[in-house]
Design a protein around this ligand. Sequence first.
Ligand code: IVH
Length: 685
Amino acid sequence: MASSTPATALRELEAAREHAEELRSGIRHHDHRYYILDQPEIGDSQYDTLMRELRTLEERFPDLITPDSPTQRVAGEPVAGFDVVEHREPMLSLSNVFNREELRAWHQRVVRIVEHERFGFVCEPKIDGLAISLVYQDGRFAVGATRGDGLRGEDVTANLRTLRSLPLRLDAPAPSAFEVRGEVYMAKSEFARLNDERAAKGEQLYMNPRNTAAGSIRQLDPRITASRGLDVFIYQLGWADGDAPAATHWEAMRWARNAGLPTNPLAERFDDIDAVAAFCATWVERRDELDYEIDGVVVKIDEFAIQRQVGVVGREPRWATAYKFPAEQAVTRLRAIQISVGRTGVLTPFAVLEPVVVGGVTVSMATLHNEDHIHELDIRAGDDVIVQRAGEVIPQVVGPVLSLRKGRRLRRFKMPERCPVCDTSVAREAEQAASYCPNRACPAQLPRQVEHFVSRGAMDIEGFGEQRSHMFVSKDLVTSLSDIYQLSKRRDELLALDGIGDKSLDALLANIEASKQRPLRRLLIALGIRHVGSETARDLARHFGTLVALRAATREELEAVDGIGPIVAASVFEYLHDEEYAALLDRLVAAGVRTDEDVSARGGPLQGFSIVVTGSLEHWSRNQVEALIKALGGRVSGAVSKATSFVVAGSGGGSKRERAEKLGVDVIDEDEFVLRLREHGWSGE
Ligand code: IVH
C-alpha cells in the first residue's frame, strides 16, 4: 500500500471508510435476514467473505473500527469484574396465576380499577432464561446489564455484543436514548450440542439451559460467551428519551422488530380474556415443540395508558401477570436405588422416589441408566434430588441438591454383584457401561423377551402386549419365544385365563398367524440379539436376503456389511451359532415363520425418502431423475428443508446446495445417487 502523498493517503482512507460502511451495512442486513427473519439471502461462505474483507480493511486502517462494527462481536479481553449499572427504572417481577380462574381474577382486579373492559392483551411465551436490559444511544447498542436485584445489575455489555441476533446498530429512526428489556436464553439444541462436546472431552455436564445461559452471560471473558451460542428475545420497551415510539405494547414491539430487534414471533394480541386463556392452554400443550424452554405465558395489558392507570404493587405490575405452567422439575427424596433386569439381562438401576408432582403427573420412579451415570452425577440413596419430566418423556433424575446433603453420610451406589432376581454372578463387558446377568434362564428375562418379540417394531402381534406376555410366561404357556406359535394348540388353557374370551382369543391367534409373514428384518429385531436394533436388522436382512444365507455367513462376512462393526458382528455370529438359539431358530422356521426379506417391498426402495434434484445433470434430464425417484416410491420436493433425505446436485444449483449444507443435509452427485439406489435394492432396470 504505497501512498505517495498525504492527499492520496487521505483519499484512500476516505474510500476505505466508505467501503467499510458498505460492508457493515451489508453484513447487518444479512445478520437480520439470517437471525431475525430466518430467510438468508446468501450462503455462509459468501457471508464469511464479507466479514473477512471487513476485517482486513479494519486491520489496515484501525482508525476505521467502530464499536458497533460486526467484527467487534467476537470481542474483547477478559475483565477483572463487572461494573455496576443502576437501572433508571427498576426491573420488576411478575405476579403468577396457575389456572383459568386465577387468570380471570387478575382480569377482574384490573377491570375494577379502570371501570371498563375496553383494553387489549398481548400474550407471549415466558422464556426460561435471564432478564437483561439494553440501552441504545443514537441508534447504537451502548450498555447491556443483567437484572441483578432489580435496581442495580452487572454491566455485561461486552458479552452481550457477542450475541449475533442482537443488532449493534438499529435500522429505523429511534429516540436518542432508550432502553429495551428482554430474555437471554440458550436453545435446547445448543445446550445439547454443548453437553455433547463436554461429554466427548470427559468434562462435567451442564444441568439445564437456563443456568448455562446465566453462567455464560456472566463470564469475565467475552470469548467464552461468544462460544456458547446464546440467543435473546426483546419483550418490553423500557424508558425512552423524548417521544416514545408507541402508545401500546403491541406497537412498541412492532417498532422494535422493524428496527431489527429480535422479538418473539409467537406473540399475539387479543381483545378478550377468553382468547387469552385459550392461548395459555395451547402453549401448555405445545411447549415441547419449541427449541427453547418456557415456563409459562406472559399476559400484558396492551395500552400504555391503562398500564399507567393500574400501576404497580410492590415489585409487581398489576398490568401483567405470568400464567405459569405446571413445573417440569421438582425436588424430592430419593428413597432407594433399585435394579431392574431387562430382556437381555442388562441390570438397570432406577430411582425409587418419594412421590412428587412434576409437570402435572405424580412421579415415584425414574430411570438412572447405569452405574457410571449415577457416579457422574453423584446421586446417592437418601439424597434430595431434582426430578424432571418433559412432555411424554420418561422422568429423569437431573442430580442431587448437594446443599441439602450436608451433615448426612450417604453411601455411594454400588452395582450388586449378584442378579437380584436369580442370584447369578453379574458380568460386565469390558468398555461397556452395562452390567448384566449371564443366566439365560433368569426368570426376569423371558417375559420381557416375549413382550419385545410381539411389539410393534418387531413381529407386531396386536392384542398380545405386555400384560399377556407376562401372564403367558407365568402360566408356563410360553417357555420359549417359539411357543408363541404353539399357542393355537392350547385353546382350552388360554380360555381359562382371566380376560380372554372366545372372540378375543380368535383375534389374538389370527394375529399370531399373520405375524409369520413379517420380513426377515422384523424377525431379526424380534429375536432381541444384543446390539441389533432396527437399522442393523435392516442392513443384515438387505445384505443377506435370507436367514439361511445369514446363518452361513462367517464373522468376516458379517463385519464386511456396511454399517456393521466388529462388536455387532461378533454378537450376531455368537447368537446364530449358539446351540440354544440355533434350536430356537429351527423351531421358528418349523412353525412356518417367514425367513426372507422382500426388497421390492410395497412402496419401493425409496419409500419414505424426500429428495431434491437441482442443477444440470450429466447423464439424465432432471425430469428423468424425478420420474425415477417417484417410480421407486420416493417423493420429489422442490425445496430443501430439514425433512429432505438428500439433495442430488448437478453443476449449478447453488442456492439449494448451500441451504442443504447449512441444514446438514447430504448433497450427492449423480454417480453417488446411482450407488445409493443400488444400495436400496434397485436393480438398475
Ligand atoms: S415481561 C414487569 N415477557 O419473567 C416485567 N417477562 O417473572 C415484565 N420473562 O424477570 C416482564 N419471558 O425476565 C416478560 N416474554 C416475557 C418474558 C418475561 C421471560 C421473565 C423476565 C422477568 C420474569 C418475571
